[in-house]
Design a protein around this ligand. Structure first.
Ligand code: AP5
Length: 215
């Protein structure tokens, strides 16, 4: 199969597209944001450290996140490739990802960059709801659940993320911009830019058009 890396600012639709790609390609996905939120929910030592960074819109330190990522992808289901949502976030993580992938030289790697304006990101994030049980993503206006605050997918309760307040989103966005150019310089011509301001199904078709993958 392949490794598919989804880069983009908070709210650009990485999680939404990852979920569609899982279904279409039968490829597993890994989200470092979800991994961290699970650690926070478990109140583990990693979770307690990570929460203070996350709630202020800062990146969790590289040593923690890289170890968490490396540990998670050891699961056999990831050995034939996966979709990576939220990792890497900076040039150091990108380098580390490449060294992890070097053991799988035969698999293609696609690096997508979702581009969206700040106003649109704010509108998307401030309307986002996430299922507490299955992590399915909704939006109060753009993708509402059929019953208020209830997940269509599993019946779980829909909640708002602790880092989805406007000041924290603005901080996350500025951290994103600060780390972006060094990471883009690292990837160079490998980056495939996607206009992620379009409707989710249009973005999905654009991504799919770049993937020369057998289903
Ligand atoms: P993480 O969970 O990865 O958050 P993020 O990157 O900030 O991205 P989001 O999850 O907010 O947005 P998204 O792009 O997935 O958009 P979504 O599809 O949900 O990370 C959270 C925190 O964890 C970080 O701030 C950091 O502290 C820590 N962390 C994680 N990874 C780390 C790493 N590698 N290193 C260090 N720290 C790390 O869509 C948003 C909303 O818009 C939804 O409501 C959706 O329904 C809607 N929507 C999506 N697409 C469209 C569309 N095309 N049109 C209209 N609405 C849309």
């Amino acid at each position: 199969m392949a490794f598919i890396i989804l880069l983009g600012p908070p709210g650009s639709g990485k999680g939404t597209q990852a979920k569609q790609l899982i279904d279409e390609l039968s490829l597993p996905a890994i989200s470092t944001g979800d991994l961290i939120r699970q650690e926070v929910a478990n109140d583990s030592p990693i979770g307690r450290t990570a929460k203070s960074f996350m709630s202020q819109g800062q990146l969790v330190p590289d040593n923690i996140i890289i170890e968490l990522f490396k540990h998670s992808i050891k699961q056999p289901k990831f050995s034939n490739g996966f979709i990576s949502d939220g990792f890497p976030r900076n040039a150091e993580q990108a380098e580390s990802f490449d060294s992890i992938l070097s053991a799988n030289k035969n698999l293609p790697v696609y690096v997508f960059l979702f581009e969206v304006s700040l106003d649109t990101l704010l509108e998307r994030i401030l309307g986002r709801q996430v299922c507490q049980t299955c992590n399915h993503i909704f939006h109060k206006k753009f993708n509402p659940s059929k019953s208020i605050d209830v997940c269509d997918n599993c019946g779980g309760v829909l909640t708002t993320r602790i880092d989805d307040s406007e000041p924290v989103v603005r901080e996350r966005h500025s951290v994103y911009l600060e780390k972006l150019n060094p990471m883009l310089n690292y990837y160079g011509s490998r980056v495939i830019k996607i206009n992620a301001m379009q409707a989710p199904e249009v973005v999905f078709q654009e991504v799919m058009s770049h993937l020369a993958l057998a289903k």
